[in-house]
Ligand binder design. Structure first.
Ligand SMILES: NC(=O)c1ccc[n+]([C@@H]2O[C@H](COP(=O)([O-])OP(=O)(O)OC[C@H]3O[C@@H](n4cnc5c(N)ncnc54)[C@H](O)[C@@H]3O)[C@@H](O)[C@H]2O)c1
Ligand SMILES: O=c1ccn([C@@H]2O[C@H](COP(=O)(O)OP(=O)(O)O[C@H]3OC[C@@H](O)[C@H](O)[C@H]3O)[C@@H](O)[C@H]2O)c(=O)[nH]1
Length: 343
């Protein structure tokens, strides 16, 4: 049984996978479920999984923040299936692996209906664990750096238990993901389910919703539209930004490896929001103004992953630097906004 190097090991044998997996003459494809697969990270993950001809990919999504458009190249493909479904309802299908991403990720969206966000994280994760238990599938949860809250340890490694406000406006997401992690380990210990937990740090790239509200998409859309970049106060708060192709590579290594996690997956390059704005200005629109605006409650003041574990256990580290990733995202945003670069 997989271990993450500490005492989280299950005493139960994992549930039996589908008999098809053991069939001698039936060359079954790997049936991979991606919940939230119509979203930003999910759709990039689907692209990568579909490159392997031995994979069948099933996406389940309620389209709250995702869109069919992100998957248009796969609709109608014989190895691809798209199901409109809310993970807060049980799902009865046959699968071998589950990448469980379904959950709004941008603070403005997860705060929009906090009760629904909690339900998605708790009931949605319970349903997907139930599915994993019935089918014997391995399940990977995309948890978050937000489990560390406003961290008092810097950089954050996986042993840090976090500094989270349990009753704040971000709690539906932070605490929701913390409960989701607990459920994953309880199912692992109690039922032997094969689990993987990724703690994802801020990820950016093409296909983010233009009105997503997260900082990189906001700044790029603002720079392209020649609107001031809105740096929320104080502007000295930090984040570490991982390009989406690196993220997908890390998630797949975690799924296919032997370690339960939790494992941080993120880019350790750390930037203040003012530095990010300066970079966007320089690379995308040197004329654009930078303005400061009010922040929202409980905004974490610093965030930077310690990725020692990902390097050692997954052989993973990010390859794309922020200054290389931003122009790739600019190109995608310009195409969708229909605004080309000034000569
Ligand atoms: N992008 C990041 O920086 C980041 C950081 C940490 C963790 N994560 C996690 O990664 C996952 C994907 O994030 P993303 O950036 O792609 O976000 P996203 O909002 O683009 O994608 C989330 C997807 O889940 C779907 N969804 C939401 N609630 C659902 C429900 N109840 N049932 C079915 N589908 C539902 C949405 O419609 C969307 O397609 C999320 O679990 C998020 O918490 C992302
Ligand atoms: O227009 C903006 C938007 C945001 N910000 C600032 O940028 C920083 C990052 O904010 P974002 O909204 O992009 O995202 P956060 O880092 O707060 O949360 C993020 O990280 C962890 C993930 O799990 C979440 O899904 C993700 O949204 C914050 O300090 C925020 O105050 C701005 O300065 N201007």
């Amino acid at each position: 049984m997989a271990s993450n190097g500490n005492s989280h090991v299950s005493t139960k044998p994992p549930p039996e996978p589908s008999p098809l997996r053991k069939a001698k003459f039936f060359q079954a494809n790997m049936r991979i479920l991606v919940t939230g697969g119509a979203g930003f990270i999910g759709s990039h993950l689907v692209d990568k999984l579909m490159q392997n001809e031995k994979n069948e990919v099933i996406v389940v999504d309620n389209y709250f923040t995702g869109s069919k458009d992100n998957l248009k190249q796969w609709i109608g493909h014989p190895r691809f299936e798209l199901i409109r479904h809310d993970v807060t309802e049980p799902l009865l299908i046959e699968v071998d692996q589950i990448y469980h991403l379904a959950c709004p990720a941008s603070p403005i969206f997860y705060k929009y209906n906090p009760v629904k966000t909690i339900k998605t994280n708790v009931i949605g994760t319970l349903n997907m664990l139930g599915l994993a238990k019935r089918t014997g599938a391995r399940i990977l949860l995309t948890s978050t750096s937000e489990v560390y809250g406003d961290p008092l340890m810097h950089p954050q490694d996986e042993t840090y238990w976090g500094n989270v406000n349990p009753i704040g406006v971000r709690s539906c997401y932070d605490e929701g993901k913390r409960v989701a992690e607990t459920l994953m380990f309880d199912y692992h210990r109690q039922h032997g389910i094969e689990i993987r937990i990724a703690r994802i740090f801020n990820t950016y790239g093409p296909r983010m919703n233009i009105d997503d509200g997260r900082v990189v998409s906001n700044f790029i859309a603002q720079a392209i539209r020649d609107e001031p970049l809105t740096v929320q106060l104080p502007g000295t708060q930090t984040r570490s930004f991982c390009y989406v192709s690196d993220m997908v590579d890390g998630l797949m290594r975690l799924m296919d490896g032997d370690n339960t996690g939790p494992i941080n997956i993120g880019n350790p390059g750390e930037f203040t929001m003012l530095e990010l704005a300066e970079n966007v200005k320089e690379l995308i629109n040197p004329e654009v103004k930078i303005m400061t605006v009010e922040n929202t409650p409980d905004d974490p003041r610093q965030r930077k992953p310690d990725i020692t574990k990902a390097k050692e256990l997954l052989g993973w580290e990010p390859k794309v630097k922020l200054r290389d990733g931003l122009p790739l995202m600019e190109e995608d945003f310009r195409g969708r906004l229909g605004i080309s670069r000034k000569k």
